[in-house]
Design a protein around this ligand. Structure first.
Ligand code: UGA
Length: 453
């Protein structure tokens, strides 16, 4: 909405939420305190906040006045009941639709911005049109307008998107939304589809992106076994214009709030329609992702003589990728939990993720140790100083591709750590050719020199 407000100065945007703390944070004078870290966002907030962009908890009045409402709530994977572990929990979408149906006046265009299972627009429509208090002049149009931005590059992705998708069956409402985007996006990038194509395209786009990562990660294991190098293979196949070079970086697996959730939604949808082979196909993308993390953890244990008890391991990076403070589904979580369960002491560093967030993510592993009186001492620490995290460790594991990790002073490291020392580079960012000369061991993902016997 900040990017909308910047590009549509004559239109008022009100961001409303029931969470007062969040709204307070969005209204904070200190732009460093905004709830989401995203390069370039605070500058835009500074420009438009209080002008044509406001943040408040005044949900009722805002719905009443609105010509257009974007539903942008959380849709996590359902934990219990039918579809648990696969389909999305739609309770917040449903409660938004109910509130809108009770409060909205005259013609209101309701836009699905959250990523949703296919056919959710029908649920929203059913709720909007079912209310008893619907007066004669109340009218709703429902549109799907999925978001394709990626964290870390969100502002650029919104300012210069590859395309904008508007799904619906009411051409007038679709044109109203299109007119908003025309303020800064060329018409040829605006695509009209029916509602279900729009909803399905969002899930499919994420599924295809995730599939590329699982594909290259599966090849990384073959590279390690055969003497090939995954970066060279990725480069070679990426030069084929039909394949393209993007999303071919091998790593510890995809994280983030969307890929796994969206694929599992696709799996659920396929099963619902009896398409079991399709469901199995997409499920395997998630399974390879999980396997890659397990594989990396097992290699680390093996290289460290099968024993991590009382070894200090520096974990470099907890965010699911660089330039974000988001840790949802981060590969670091699974890998750290496994290492903790082996008895290692972890010194965790990240550029943007805080100690509190890491603590929350590792909570159940921590309680495992608290339940075991013999191990009743902290098994990990948060280190804001990169070199303190590495000092006296037995190994470092690079899990997020933060730029500062590309320029680590390995000469300093070599004389300040235990020997034998291991560097596990899961992001292929260690370029220093002298690691071996400095007396350290380097394991790099998808590299034949890293072969595990
Ligand atoms: C992803 C999509 O890229 C967006 O288009 C989409 O709008 C968004 O999900 C969403 O649905 O909200 P995001 O999860 O923010 O965006 O980040 P990505 O850049 O896609 O990265 C996802 C994960 O894949 C990260 O863990 C990243 O490290 C990993 N990745 C990405 C690789 O391992 N290799 C690659 O080549 C690219």
């Amino acid at each position: 909405m900040a990017v909308f407000a910047k590009n549509c100065p004559d239109i008022e945007f009100e961001v409303v939420d029931i969470n007062q703390d969040r709204i307070n944070a969005w209204n904070s004078d200190d732009l460093g305190q905004l709830p989401v870290f995203e390069p370039g966002l605070s500058e835009i907030i500074d420009l438009v906040r209080g002008k044509n962009l406001t943040f408040s908890t005044n949900v009722h009045d805002s719905i009443k006045k609105a010509d257009m409402i974007f539903i942008s709530v959380n849709t996590p994977i359902k934990r219990k009941g039918i579809g648990a572990g696969e389909t999305s929990d739609l309770r917040w979408v449903e409660s938004c639709a109910r509130q809108i149906s009770e409060i909205a006046q005259e013609h209101t265009i309701v836009v699905e911005k959250s990523t949703l299972p296919v056919k959710t627009a029908q649920t929203i429509k059913d709720i909007l049109f079912s209310t008893d208090c619907l007066s004669e002049d109340t009218k709703f149009s429902v549109l799907s307008n999925p978001e394709f931005l990626a964290e870390g590059t969100a502002i650029r992705d919104l300012e210069v998107p590859d395309r904008v998708l508007i799904g619906g069956d009411d051409i007038e409402a679709m044109n109203s939304l299109k007119n908003l985007y025309l303020n800064w996006i060329p018409e040829k990038k605006l695509i009209f589809t029916n509602l279900w194509s729009s909803e399905l395209s969002k899930l499919t786009a994420n599924a295809f992106l995730a599939q590329r990562i699982s594909s290259i990660n599966s090849i990384s294991a073959i590279c390690e076994a055969t003497g090939a190098d995954v970066s060279e293979v990725a480069d070679a196949i990426g030069k084929d214009s039909r394949i393209g070079s993007k999303f071919l970086k091998s790593g510890p697996g995809f994280g983030g709030s969307c890929f796994k959730k969206d694929i599992l939604n696709l799996v659920y949808l396929a099963k619902y329609y009896g398409l079991y082979e399709v469901a199995d196909y997409w499920r395997s993308v998630v399974e390879i992702n999980h396997w890659q993390q397990k594989r990396i953890y097992e290699i680390i244990v093996k290289k460290l003589f099968g024993n991590l008890a009382d070894k200090k391991i520096a974990i470099l990076g907890f965010a699911f990728k660089k330039d974000t403070n988001d840790t949802r589904e981060s590969p670091s979580i699974e890998i750290c939990k496994n290492l903790l369960n082996e008895g290692a002491f972890l010194s965790i560093h990240d550029v943007k993720v805080t100690k509190e967030v890491i603590e929350k993510n590792l909570l159940d592993t921590n309680s495992y140790f608290l339940d075991n009186p013999k191990l009743n001492k902290p098994r990990w620490e948060f280190q804001s100083d990169l070199y303190k995290s590495i000092k006296n460790s037995d190994a470092v594991i690079l899990l997020t591709e933060w730029e500062i990790y590309e320029n680590i002073n390995w000469v300093w490291v070599s004389s300040n750590v235990k020997k034998p020392f291991w560097i596990f580079d899961t992001r292929l960012i260690v370029k220093d050719k002298k690691i071996k000369e400095l007396g350290m061991n380097l394991w790099q993902l998808g590299n034949s020199n890293s072969k595990v016997n």
